[in-house]
Design a protein around this ligand. Structure first.
Ligand code: FES
Ligand SMILES: [Fe+2]
Length: 432
């Protein structure tokens, strides 16, 4: 135990991912959090929205890259663009709405007007800028790269970041279980849920990257509550993890798991009779188990659950808080009654009022609360489950596949985290 932490420049000393040791300072230290905003969130690809949210020119949704508010806007030519939702005059939000359709945007403070690309098209008393012209250098700051992977739209401020497909790497193979399981792709239904959890964003990301085993202690009472009174508690199936590289990861159940959380016949029958056969035809049988229930994190803060079909972003809100923004994702080709059932399931399990979500939120916020203590902060998190265990030699998919509950993807997450946090950003953002 090291007593006394004195600066973010020591980040390398705070993590030993190969040994599964992560100093708790990285969940609480304000200097480290500031470094994250620069070295993780100003350069990694992050989720901005889904194609189904912005089908027509002028459609827009708000999102975050780290703590930076951005707007994702469908352009007149059908392409996607995003820009910092910060007025270049005094910094007011250019648009205060979460979603809509607009020909352009007008800042509510002094009325500077921007087009769909974020260029200034009009300012009140424009003649008074005759000697200080508002040329394109005063446009809203563009998100350097915006790209879609099978309906999921991501963006990065870093023009030098690798392409989205490169960034996803082998994770794309597993992502397809969510977005490419049926002909016609996916869409979001039911709008967004947003809420604050008093814990660091990494508690959510790290849970979804690997943690199937917490269900056995965290969620038992919630799972019992959704079963009929006369039902016998089902056995928990075994699980496996995948560490595909890039800090991404997933955990999935090798047997029925959705049945533990719902008895909705419409939904269960759809998964069994429609999704799995079609997915096996489209993607091959080797990814089938992931349909049982899988939890995924695309580094750094985009996560989702197969089976439940919730996707979410853990938006950082200072070292001690995050804002969860979540949606329900369904197959476009699914009948309406299935879409309704899926939305109902997400609302009762993984939403602010959802039984399972509340279990998780309580755990994470109480983990965070113990970080208020000086001595508690000097400890390391133990991410050592399955350390040195053999990989699954028979696995057909890419990445490091490990059978049994383990924390191998968490070690991958923190490996990538340490790598990025140790590299100074060469670019100076907003140097204008
Ligand atoms: S802050 Fe936007 S017009 Fe002044
Ligand atoms: Fe959970």
């Amino acid at each position: 135990m090291t007593i006394g932490y004195s600066g973010a420049e020591k980040i390398d000393d705070l993590l030993d991912p190969a040994q599964g040791l992560v100093s708790r300072h990285v969940f609480s230290d304000p200097a480290i959090y500031e470094m994250e905003l620069q070295r993780i969130f100003a350069r990694c690809w992050q989720f901005l929205g889904h194609e189904s949210q912005v089908p027509r020119p002028g459609d827009f949704v708000s999102a975050y890259l780290g703590e930076d508010p951005v707007m994702l806007v469908r352009q007149d030519d059908g392409s996607l663009a995003a820009f910092l939702n910060v007025c270049r005059h005094r910094g007011m939000r250019i648009c205060k709405l979460d979603a809509g359709n607009a020909a352009g945007f007008s800042c509510s403070y002094h009325g500077w007007a921007y087009d769909r690309r974020g260029k200034i098209v009009d300012v009140p008393f424009g003649e008074m800028y005759e000697n200080a012209p508002l040329d394109d250098s005063w446009a809203a700051v563009p998100v350097a790269q915006v790209a879609s992977y099978k309906g999921l739209i991501f963006g990065t401020f870093d023009p030098d970041a690798p392409s989205l497909v490169e960034y996803l790497g082998d994770m794309a193979y597993y992502l397809d279980v969510l977005v490419d399981r049926r002909e016609g792709g996916t869409e979001l239904v039911g709008g967004a849920n947003k809420w604050i959890i008093d814990s660091n964003w990494k508690y959510g990301a790290e849970n979804f990257v690997q943690d199937g085993h917490h269900a056995f202690s965290s969620h038992v009472s919630a799972l019992m509550a959704v079963q009929p009174d006369d039902a016998e508690m089902m056995d928990f199936p075994e699980g496996f993890t995948v560490r595909p590289g890039g800090g991404h990861g997933l955990v999935a159940f090798n047997g029925p798991a959705l049945e533990l959380t719902t008895r909705d016949e419409v939904l269960l029958k759809y998964h069994q009779d429609v999704v799995r056969p079609e997915s096996a035809r489209r993607l091959g049988a080797e990814r089938d188990a992931i349909h049982n229930v899988g939890a995924f994190t695309v580094f750094p803060n985009f996560s989702f659950l197969t089976g439940f079909q919730t996707i979410r972003v853990w938006v950082p809100r200072g070292p001690h808080a995050m804002e969860v923004r979540s949606w329900t994702i369904v197959d476009k080709a699914a009948p309406q009654e299935v879409k309704d059932a899926q939305l109902r399931l997400v609302r009762t399990t993984f939403s602010p009022s959802g039984l399972l979500e509340q279990d998780d939120g309580e755990n994470w916020s109480m983990c965070q609360d113990t970080l208020r203590g000086y001595v508690s902060r000097q400890l390391s998190s133990n991410v050592r489950m399955g350390l040195g265990a053999p990989l699954d030699a028979d696995a057909k998919g890419p990445g490091r596949v490990m059978q049994g509950w383990n924390e191998e993807p968490g070690r991958g997450f923190f490996e990538r985290y340490r790598q990025l946090m140790s590299e100074p950003t060469s670019r100076v953002w907003l140097d204008k």
